[in-house]
Design a protein around this ligand. Structure first.
Ligand SMILES: CC(C)(COP(=O)(O)OP(=O)(O)OC[C@H]1O[C@@H](n2cnc3c(N)ncnc32)[C@H](O)[C@@H]1OP(=O)(O)O)[C@@H](O)C(=O)NCCC(=O)NCCS
Length: 199
């Protein structure tokens, strides 16, 4: 989708917490939570540091000038997943948290395929595919949860190839929708790398 990556991807480590303290991605409840997640400040929730300690990979995406455009993450989870894999349970990749900073949402203007949001999602899909190929998890699926009210994120996920998996289910008084994409192993087996540069 993105022909020339523009963002620089950096692995997030505990020492980067101070650099993200100003991160903001909106005022809706889910957006506030996603900002708290990366700043490790969400009360009573599993935040970035606990995820890192559990083996989740987290990246910051930066412009060439060093501005933080957003972040993404990849973990491993087990879903009850009878289709299309044919097993009762599947061990798949999951995106625990992803966000684009308010200043970079819907940017650059124009074709959605060239947006930063698309670049970050495409990179997470490509990285999950590579991780599957190198044996990090066995079943070629990437899943995520999205607040059913979060139309903006749902539009982005659908555009890059995710589809709903099951019906929305109630969590703490609101509804979450599970979405997933089947990883296209053949597409990346030949091309090799993630879509975004990591020094
Ligand atoms: C979700 C997020 C990553 C998407 O990035 P983005 O740069 O804002 O997304 P894009 O602009 O590329 O695409 C969103 C599309 O949804 C549209 N949209 C906005 N609000 C919408 C709504 N309520 N319902 C449906 N579509 C909506 C936008 O207009 C845009 O479509 P367009 O290109 O036709 O104009 C970003 O908004 C974000 O970080 N939000 C807060 C954190 C969050 O929700 N993270 C995801 C958690 S699951």
């Amino acid at each position: 989708m993105i022909e020339t990556p523009r963002l620089i991807r950096l692995s997030f480590i505990e020492e980067d917490l101070s650099a993200v303290q100003g991160f903001a991605c909106g005022n809706e409840p889910w957006a506030v939570y996603l900002a708290q997640w990366i700043t490790n400040t969400a009360p009573d929730e599993k935040n970035v540091i606990e995820h890192l300690r559990d083996g989740t990979k987290v990246w910051l995406y930066l412009t060439g000038q060093g501005d933080i455009v957003g972040y993404g993450s990849l973990g491993i989870t087990t879903w009850k997943y009878p289709e299309p894999l044919g097993s009762e349970k599947a061990t798949i990749a999951v995106i625990p948290a992803v966000a684009v900073s308010s200043a970079f949402q819907s940017q650059p203007p124009g074709d959605w395929r060239q947006r930063y949001s698309t670049e970050i999602l495409s990179d997470l899909i490509a990285t999950a595919t590579q991780d599957h190929l190198t044996g990090r998890f066995p079943d070629p699926v990437l899943g995520l949860f999205v607040d059913a009210r979060n139309g903006r994120a749902k539009k982005l996920y659908t555009r890059v190839g995710f589809t709903d998996y099951g019906k929305p289910f109630k969590r703490d008084g609101y509804y979450d929708q599970r979405m997933r994409i089947k990883l296209d192993v053949s597409a990346i087996a030949n091309s090799g790398q993630s879509t975004t540069g990591e020094p």
